[in-house]
Every structure is written in C-alpha cells, then in structure tokens.
Design a protein around this ligand. Structure first.
Ligand code: HEC
Ligand code: HEC
Length: 230
C-alpha cells in the first residue's frame, strides 16, 4: 500500500472505531481502539513517517494536546472529529492511560544530512545560541531530552518529518499551546536551516533507557510556558 492509501485506510478504521469511544465498553483499552487504528497498537506509532507515538508521554502533556485538538488550537480533521464529543474528565482518563504504557522505542533514523549540519543541530539542542538569545531545547525538555512531568514532552523517538511539521505549524500559527506559547516563540526564532539541523540530529539519537520524563529541571524555564505548572 502506498502512503496515501494507508492514510485513508487508517482514517476509515479510525472513524469506524469512533463509535467505540462513546459506548460504555467495560475496558478502556477496548474503547481506545479508535485511537490505536492510527497511533498503532497500544499507542506505538505505526507510520514511522509521520504519526506521533503517544505511549509513555507525560500525562499532562497528552491531556493538553487532546484539549488543543478538541478546542481548535491544533488542527487535524480526524483528531478533532473524534475528540469533539468527549468531556475533560474522559480526556484526562485517556491521557493517563497512554502515559502509563511502557513500550520499547524504534531504532533511531540514519541521518541523511552532512556532519556539519548534525553538529549545528546538536549545538542548538544542547547549548542553544547565546549570541541570538536562543535557549537550548534541553533547558526545557531536560538534559537527556526525555521531557519533564507533567507537561513537557520528550524530543527523542519521534520521526523527523513529524518534528519539522510541528515546528513549521507553530511558525505558521497552525499549532498553538496554552498561552504564553513558548514553543511558538522558539519556532519563530529558528531559521529553516536551524529546523533542518535540529530535527535531523534529534531523529538520529537513540532513546535512553529508562526513557521516562524527569520529575524536575535543574533551573527555572528560560521562557514562560502556558499549561506547564511552575
Ligand atoms: C485517523 C488517524 C488518527 C486517529 C484515529 C487518532 N489520531 Fe491522534 N493523531 C493523528 C495525527 C495525524 C496526529 C498528528 C497531527 C498533527 O500534525 O499535529 C495525531 C496527534 C495526536 C496527539 C498529539 C501527540 C503529540 O505528541 O503531540 C495525541 C495525544 C493523539 N493524537 C491522541 C489520540 C487519541 C487519544 C486518539 C483516540 C481518541 C487518537 N489520537 C486518534 C491521527 C489520528
Ligand atoms: C522555554 C521552554 C522550551 C524550550 C526552550 C523549547 N521547548 Fe519545545 N516544548 C516546550 C513545551 C512546554 C512544549 C509543550 C507544548 C504544548 O503543550 O503543546 C513543547 C513541545 C515541543 C514539541 C512537540 C512535541 C510533540 O510530541 O508534538 C516539539 C517538537 C518541540 N517542543 C521542539 C523543541 C525544539 C526543537 C526546541 C529547541 C530548538 C525546543 N522545543 C525548545 C517547551 C520548550
């Protein structure tokens, strides 16, 4: 199957499974078949090209994203359609379920960019660029880049196409987070070359074991982020 046929098949499967979300099925895992049609069994991603993994991400982060799709701060027709009828309480239950899953991560990508580009990516992610007042990604996403509970996601184990699409969506105003939206500010400070370097480097890094988000950062966040408790 080519990618677009696969996407349509996944969409149909998701919409067919949609009814299962509303039904009072006894087992939450059964009801969430509507989600795993696209996000893969137990929330591991099936489409390495684009679909984000949801298993094991911090619960507050997942909850914020479900609200973002439902309430129009992020746009994806299928996600919005599925989530529109669901209550905050149900979304929190779904977020908690996926965040508690511990599953192995896929092998990292083999980077297709030059060694210079990879070095530039590594520098921006781990150290930022003081001359441009650009904080390191690691200052918020944690030194090992596995995220911080409850609301900052890790940056490893994600497809590079997904990473660059998200940064592009923030720059274009198509993805928004709770205000103040620090990621919008970050994404707008990056040039297209920066985005290319950062996403290529991130996608080529192995996910450490354990991959769990850390409980706390060593220093305060360099910018204020909505939806993240101080
Ligand atoms: C038809 C396919 C499809 C179905 C069904 C689906 N999703 Fe998604 N989901 C996507 C796509 C595509 C994205 C990425 C959208 C984007 O570009 O922002 C996404 C993004 C997400 C994200 C954001 C992940 C992140 O790291 O920011 C979460 C959380 C999520 N989905 C949860 C769910 C849940 C829970 C369900 C079931 C109620 C579900 N999805 C059903 C396709 C689907
Ligand atoms: C000031 C803190 C901060 C800095 C610095 C920062 N981030 Fe973020 N990032 C966040 C927060 C908070 C979120 C969650 C936003 C939301 O709720 O949608 C996030 C989310 C993301 C996501 C979405 C992940 C997903 O699964 O969809 C990506 C991608 C991302 N950041 C990449 C980066 C990159 C690359 C850098 C460095 C160039 C960076 N971030 C720097 C705070 C930060």
């Amino acid at each position: 199957m080519n990618a677009s046929i696969r996407a349509v098949a996944a969409l149909l499967a998701g919409l067919a499974a949609c009814a299962s979300l509303a039904r009072a099925a006894p087992d939450l895992a059964d009801r969430l078949a509507a989600c795993t049609a696209c996000h893969g069994k137990e929330g591991r991603t099936i489409n390495k090209e684009y679909l984000p993994r949801i298993a094991g991400k911090p619960a507050g982060y997942l909850f914020n994203q479900l609200l973002n799709f439902r309430d129009g701060r992020r746009s994806n027709v299928a996600m919005t359609h599925l989530l529109q009828p669901l209550s905050d309480a149900y979304l929190r239950e779904i977020a908690t379920y996926f965040s508690a899953l511990e599953l192995p991560y896929p092998a990292p990508d083999v980077a297709k960019v030059s060694a210079d580009t990879l070095r530039r990516g590594e520098t921006l992610v781990l150290r930022g660029d003081a001359t441009r007042k650009l904080p390191a990604c690691a200052a918020c996403h944690s030194t090992q880049l596995t995220g911080v509970t409850p609301a900052i996601p890790g940056l490893l184990g994600l497809p590079s196409a997904y990473l660059s699409a998200q940064l592009g969506a923030w720059r274009a105003g198509q993805r928004r987070a709770h205000a103040p939206d620090c990621m919008s500010e970050m994404a707008r400070s990056l040039s297209p070359e920066d985005v290319n370097a950062v996403t290529a480097w991130l996608a080529s890094q192995p996910v450490p074991t354990p991959a769990k988000p850390v409980a706390k950062l060593d220093a305060p966040l360099p910018l204020q982020c909505g939806g993240v408790p101080q």
